[in-house]
Design a binder for this molecule. Sequence first.
Ligand code: ZN
Length: 414
Amino acid sequence: MNFDFTNKVASRHKRIMTFAALFASSIMALNPANAGSVNRIDTDGSQIIVSFDDFVESAATFSLLGPDRIAVDIKGGKAGHGGRATGMVKAVRQGQYDINTARIVFDLDRPAIVSSGKFSKDGRSLQLKLQPVGSYAIKNGRKSFLPPLQFRAEPPKQSYSAKVPLGRPKDSVALPKISGPKDSNRPLVVIDAGHGGHDPGAISPHGSQREKNVTLAIAKAIRDRLIAGGRVRVALTRETDKFLVLEERYGIARRLEADLFISIHADAAGNESAHGATVYTLAEVASDREAAKFAARENKSNIINGVNLGGTGKDVSSILIDLTQRETMNVSADFAKLLHREGSRQMTFRKTPHKFGSFVVLKAPDTPSVLLETGYLTNANDVAFLSSRAGRSKIANGVGSAIEAHFARKLAQR
Ligand code: ZN
C-alpha cells in the first residue's frame, strides 16, 4: 500500500482548538501586569541576590535535604531562566509554580538554611544569607519576606485567579528537530522518552537498567523505524539524558502542532512475575487501582524533593478543556486499540492491554496522546527484551505499523 499522507487530518479539531486557545489567552491577559519577572540571580559565597524587573508581592524560602537545596517562592513573580551558581550553590533552576508564583531552586554543596533575608529599598531585589548547618538542623522551616509597602505588587483579585485551561507549554524549552519527509503536510508524531536527567524512573532490581535510558533507546528505535517508513514526520522530546517536566513534554507536541504524541515508559512492580505492555490514555477516573497507582508514580516526575516544577494543579481540568479534549480522548483511545492490535504481533501485552488514568503527560487537550508502558524492569524476560536491540526493533515495528495504520484510517475517513 502506498498512502498519501499529504493532507491535514484534523482541521475541524484544530479550529475548535484555536478558539479555545484564544479564550485561554484572554484569561491569561487578566493576570496582573505588574508581576515582576526574575531577571537576574547572583550567588556569592553564602549570599544569594534575586533581582526582578518589576514589583513582586512577597517571597518565602524553605530548605530541603538530600540532595541539599533551598527553594525560594516569589509571589507575584514570573520565572526567568537559570542563574549564576558559585560558592555553596552548585546549580540554579527556575519554574512557574503556579500562575502567580515563581519558584527558584538552589542546589547546594552542603545542608544550609536561610539565616536572614531582606528586599532592597526599591523592592526590586531580594538578598538572602545562607548558613551551613548540620543536616539534623534542617526542618524545612519556611521564612517569609515582604518588599517595602510602597513597592509591593498587589495580589491579584480573586476573580483573576481564573483556571488556565490549556496547561502551560513553556517556550523556554528549545523545540527539537523534525526528521522524516520535508513536506510539512505530512502528519507529525512526537515520541517522548519518559524520565531523564536526575529522574531515572523505574530501576531494575540490580540497578543494571534505568527506565530513562531504556525509554530513550526505544524512542530512538521508533523514530528510526518511522523515518525508514517515510510516511510521517517525527520528533523526540529529548535525545539526550535530560530532565523535562511533564508539561514541557506535551508542550513540545503542542507547539509543533503534532498530530500524535506517544510517551514511552517501563514500569517496576513488587511482584517480579508482572510482565507485559499496557497502553494508557487519559481519563479523570482511573480504570482500576493499579492504573491509579501507576499514574501517581509517573506524575511524581515533576516533583523534586517536594518541589513541584510542573506547576499545574488539580483545577486545570475545566469545562473549557472538555470542548476539544473529549474528541481528543476518543481519538487517543482508538489509537490505543490499534497500538495493541499491531503491537501484540511483536511483543507481549498484559491481559487488560488498555487502561485509563490521570496522567499529566497526556493532558494536551488538542493532541491525541497515549502512554505506552512497554514492560516491567522487574521481570527478567521483560528487562532482557526491552534492553536488547532485537526487542527495541520489535517494539518499533509494532508502534510504527500502528502509527501508519492510524493515519491511513484518518485519511480514509475524510
Ligand atoms: Zn515512567
